[in-house]
Design a protein around this ligand. Structure first.
Ligand SMILES: Nc1nc2c(c(=O)[nH]1)N[C@H]1C(S)=C(S)[C@@H](COP(=O)(O)O)O[C@H]1N2
Ligand SMILES: [Mo]
Length: 265
């Protein structure tokens, strides 16, 4: 039996025990049907990652809410992770106030679309004050303004086969002809996270435009996972039924550098 299969068997045994199901066959079918195997199963980490993901997806209500704070809780200092992308395209768009920037959304959607920043700002906006924690140990509370990811997904019409929403920022080579050569800070979330009411496409922070270092012109915010899942400098969002054909196939560039795909907190 391969390493990967034995891991899978261990996982489904655990799920069978947890769910009180009568046998491995049932558990395996349940695990597949309910999407309890993360894309980095058998990747750099393995069984621990899958147990965390499966347990959270089984035990937590899909729409459990991250805590929301008040304006007086907003952190005085919000650390910036990394630098805004240095590539020529990003610099040119930034110099033009992102007037020429478009967000592309395609893949398993009924209406592949491009959105300008002005168009996104005309959609119903939301403000959320929540906590962002980096796996490196620092965190801050900030107010984010944007449009609900679910609202935009409904505009483009998600097809039933879609399992993941994949995010590419300007610090990835997202225009690679061969998707397997995509590198950088791309990431993906499952549909439970995508439809979650607090998942936001943010263009504002603490009452101002999103600063360059924090992801201008648009970033994802998913407050139920570590900050690393909240992709900055967005350019392209694609819906897919598999992430196996992107980069090394683990669902996020970070997995290739040793982080786990699911970063629930
Ligand atoms: N495109 C892109 N998105 C990214 C990153 C990045 O380097 N590039 N860093 C991630 C990590 S590890 C964290 S903790 C947060 C940090 O967000 P901040 O810089 O606004 O604090 O953004 C995430 N999104
Ligand atoms: Mo991070």
């Amino acid at each position: 039996m391969s390493e990967r299969l034995s891991r899978r068997k261990l996982i489904t045994t655990g799920i069978a025990a947890a769910a009180g199901a009568s046998g491995l066959g049932v558990a395996a079918r349940l695990a597949d049907r309910y999407g309890l195997i993360p894309p980095d199963d058998g990747g750099v980490y393995g069984v621990g990652e899958t147990m965390t993901y499966a347990a959270q997806r089984l035990l937590m209500a899909p729409h459990s809410l991250a805590r929301e704070y008040t304006r007086s809780d907003i952190s005085k200092i919000a650390p910036v992770k990394g630098e805004a992308p240095e590539n020529e395209t990003y610099q040119r768009l930034s110099a033009g106030g992102f007037a020429d920037w478009r967000l592309k959304i395609d893949g398993l959607v009924a209406r592949p679309s491009f959105f300008s920043l002005a168009e996104l700002k005309r959609l119903p906006s939301q403000n959320h004050i929540y906590h962002q924690a980096c796996e490196e140990g620092w965190s801050f509370i900030a107010e984010w303004t944007g449009v609900s990811l679910s609202y935009v997904l409904n505009l483009v019409g998600v097809l039933p086969q879609a399992k993941y929403v994949v995010f590419f920022g300007f610090d990835t080579n997202f225009d690679a002809v061969d998707k397997q050569t995509i590198k950088g800070k791309w990431n993906s979330i499952d549909m439970a996270e995508a439809w979650h009411p607090q998942s936001l496409l943010a263009y504002g922070m603490n009452g101002r435009e999103l600063p360059p270092g924090h992801g201008a012109p648009l970033r994802l915010r998913v407050p139920r996972q570590l900050g690393g899942k909240s992709t900055k400098y967005l350019s392209w969002i694609t819906l897919t039924d598999t992430v196996k054909d992107i980069g090394q196939g683990f669902g996020a560039g970070g997995v290739e550098r040793g982080f786990s795909w699911y970063a629930g907190i």
